[in-house]
Design a protein around this ligand. Structure first.
Ligand SMILES: [Zn+2]
Length: 409
């Protein structure tokens, strides 16, 4: 691929201050966007550089899933891997992620009984892949009858509740974390277990005082902290302790929404499930947006779809991956459209807002001068107008076409 080229589309939904540009084009130079605007004007300015003509397609930023468990938990759930092939299975999953139009993920490393890998092992495994991966190192508490606690630092060895609040260990976890993922589990998680297996899912693990001390450790290191949290009591504690990002926030009340807005707390909604409570409904996501909260929609995959919602289209119990991001985001995105929100603001839920959670808002998630050339060529606006990954014709990562569905039909 040429180091400089122009690409034009029927429309570019930039998710930047430029909004949507009909008959738009971008100049891509060395993996970045050097110009963006009207295609006739840009062609005049750059008459002889190679042109990629996508005049029948929509161009948008590529998607960002800022809460995933693809490298640690998913390989052994999906494939018959051994420790020797675990990370190879993980790479297969990452390829599927990329082919679903997602070029950046926020990946959680929690500690896992079957995986004795360190955070460095995971970082090393993905170093040359055409994907922007941020890691959140975390501790995790699983709601078995005897609660099971793990941390990314202690890997496959179980730890005690007291270890979770040990300032030395908390500091190590915080230092290794790239971004505020679900660094701590305020409530015990059901993970992917059935209700009978995890009777204590939802139980609050920390006192407010303990929570405040953990948050302080992150903040003293200049890091933001995110928490897995659901239910009014847990969310109230998270806000009082000044947690920066609430992951899930299932069951958030109107009053707590107001409080989160006041504190500029970001929320990562997971409409597929992920806690002991019913997941975020489209109406709840609308309410968060109406209160000017920065909301991201994320898959938390791989997860079995929560049963009993009216908005999830799944009829089976199969684990769902990042390829359902558009599908699970669509009900909320359509509801926002119905409420007169601009398509750029709507698309931000799976592009610019998660980029902001990852702390990479100056590089990815929007199409504008100087940003990484990570974009999709599609039949429509991802999530809002299309949900099938087959309609994502091409995926570009830093200016390079990494997925192409146009010539293998
Ligand atoms: Zn999670």
């Amino acid at each position: 691929m040429s180091s400089i080229y122009m690409i034009q589309g029927k429309k570019i939904v930039t998710v930047s201050k430029l909004g949507s540009i009909e008959n738009g084009a971008m100049i891509i130079e060395k993996g970045k966007i050097s110009e963006i605007g009207d295609r006739k004007i840009l062609r005049k300015r750059y008459p002889s550089i190679p042109l990629i003509d996508c005049s029948d397609s929509v161009i948008t930023p590529s998607l960002i899933d800022c809460h995933t468990h693809l490298l640690e938990f998913a390989p052994s759930s999906l494939y018959p891997v051994t420790p020797e092939t675990h990370l190879l299975g993980g790479k297969a999953i990452l390829f599927q992620t990329l082919s679903a139009g997602i070029t950046a993920i926020g990946e959680q490393i929690c500690g896992h009984p079957l995986c004795n890998f360190s955070i460095e092992d995971y970082r090393h495994a993905v170093i040359d892949l055409p994907l922007d991966i941020s890691f959140a190192t975390t501790s995790i508490s699983i709601g078995f009858e005897h609660l099971a606690h793990f941390t990314s630092i202690t890997k496959s060895s179980k730890v005690n509740k007291n270890d979770l609040i040990d300032p030395v260990l908390v500091k190590k976890i915080a230092q290794a974390s790239d971004y505020p993922g679900e660094n701590i589990f305020i409530n015990a998680t059901p993970a992917n277990f059935t209700k009978i297996e995890v009777p204590r899912a939802g139980e609050i693990i920390y006192t407010l005082e303990e929570l405040k001390q953990i948050v302080d450790i992150y903040h003293q290191l200049g890091k933001q902290i995110g928490a897995h949290v659901a239910g009014e009591n847990g969310i109230k504690m998270a806000l009082e302790a000044r947690v920066d990002v609430l992951h899930h926030a299932h069951g958030i009340s109107d009053e707590l929404i107001k409080e989160a807005a006041k504190q500029h707390t970001k929320i990562v909604a997971t409409p597929l499930g992920g806690t002991h409570l019913g997941p975020n409904s489209p109406e709840e996501i609308l309410k968060l947006v109406e209160n000017d909260i920065s909301v991201s929609i994320s898959t938390d995959s791989y997860l079995p779809p929560y049963k009993g919602t009216s908005w999830l289209p799944f009829q089976d119990d199969k684990l769902k991956g990042p390829d359902v991001l558009m599908l699970i985001a669509q009900p909320a995105m359509k509801l926002l459209k119905k409420n007169q929100y601009d398509e750029n603001d709507i698309l931000a839920l799976i592009t610019a807002n998660p980029a902001n959670v990852l702390g990479k808002e100056d590089c990815i998630g929007r199409l504008d001068k100087g940003m990484d050339a990570n974009f999709l060529v599609s039949d429509g606006i991802p999530g809002l107008e299309i949900t099938e990954i087959e309609k994502l014709k091409q995926v570009y990562f830093r200016g390079v076409k990494v997925i192409d569905r146009t010539n293998n039909k």
